[in-house]
Design a protein around this ligand. Structure first.
Ligand code: GRG
Length: 293
């Protein structure tokens, strides 16, 4: 899919850094390194690294440090996709327009490639050129966002447990805010922390990330109903088939669009103090919530 020009610029830079940070394919044991590279380099939009780099750019910051933190986020995100696609979870054959990791390398190697990427994320963070006190906060922000308490894994657990059951509004909100918004919030906040943001700025960026991440998942639910598999690069219509807890299922499409718009407007309002400096982040937020794939 076509990305806006500045996002394409970030993507190219992030891809170069990912290539540098991933162990070469021939490194022993070669199979896992091939599988890790296959999934990371399969062509994601690199939204989480872009959010990290662009929020860092609002403040005094070292772009190389923000790129490396962004790569750690992309390793975690890719691990979550690999594991989510496994037969025991979503059982998907297609991801980023290619066969899923377990289809290509087998289930055992896909599980291990996910484990390897999660671990590599923290090796990468530990080496990022950021003052130690700030770096510890970056690590706490990201590990919490990826974790079980209001984080990505916790949200995934609630999502699995809600399958096939009628779900109430509070559970649906918990799933979306934890499964998807938490890592997106961590991406934006880590960027602010990697730069010279004040405590007020950090809190503001965290609220922005939370709202835009939540809106992103509502839009993802909508796209699953409205778009084809070819346009999405993954299997469309799966949510309904698997009786997943989604906004369209609980509220219908029209109300889901309204919710996405409202969350997006609330996120944008948090950026007001940064005026023209936040133009790229506004564009990115718009892309996230208007995207067609
Ligand atoms: C811990 C196993 C485990 C899963 C965590 C993230 C996740 C939960 C599951 C992945 C599937 C899914 C529907 C996630 C929702 C977030 C989302 C829309 C992911 C796709 O992200 P993009 O659009 O993908 O950034 P690319 O391929 O561009 O990186």
């Amino acid at each position: 899919m076509k990305l806006p020009p500045f996002l394409e610029e970030d993507r190219i830079e992030v891809d170069q850094a990912l290539d540098r940070l991933l162990p070469p394919e021939a490194t022993m044991p070669a199979t896992i390194h091939r599988a890790m590279r296959y999934s990371v380099m399969a062509g994601g939009k690199r939204i989480r690294p872009a959010l990290c780099v662009e929020t860092a750019g609002l403040f005094e910051s070292d772009r190389r440090a923000a790129i490396e933190v962004g790569c750690a986020l992309e390793f975690i995100h890719t691990y979550s996709l690999i594991h989510d696609d496994l037969p025991a979870l979503d059982n998907d054959d297609l991801r980023r327009g290619k066969p899923t990791c377990h289809k290509q390398f087998g289930e055992a190697m896909a599980i291990l490639a996910g484990d390897g990427l999660l671990t590599l994320a923290f090796v990468t963070l530990s080496k990022a050129p950021i003052p130690a006190e700030r770096l510890v906060r970056v690590i706490r922000e990201i590990s919490t966002g990826a974790g079980t308490v209001n984080g990505m894994v916790g949200g995934q657990v609630a999502d699995v447990e809600a399958e096939g059951k009628p779900v109430d509004a509070a559970t649906l909100e918990y799933i979306h805010r934890s499964k998807t918004a938490a890592l997106i919030r961590a991406s934006a906040t880590a960027g602010a922390l990697a730069g010279s943001a004040s405590e007020d700025d950090i809190a503001r960026i965290r609220r922005f990330g939370e709202k835009i991440g939540w809106a992103f998942q509502v839009v993802d639910d909508i796209l699953d109903v409205e778009e084809s598999s070819a346009a999405l690069g993954k299997t469309a219509g799966k949510d309904q088939k698997q009786q997943k807890a989604t906004y369209p299922a609980l509220y219908g499409l029209e109300k889901s669009h309204e919710t996405a718009d409202r969350l997006c407007a609330e996120a944008m309002a948090e950026l007001a103090p940064y005026r023209a400096r936040a133009e790229r982040i506004r564009e990115l937020a718009q892309f996230l919530t208007a995207r067609r794939a």
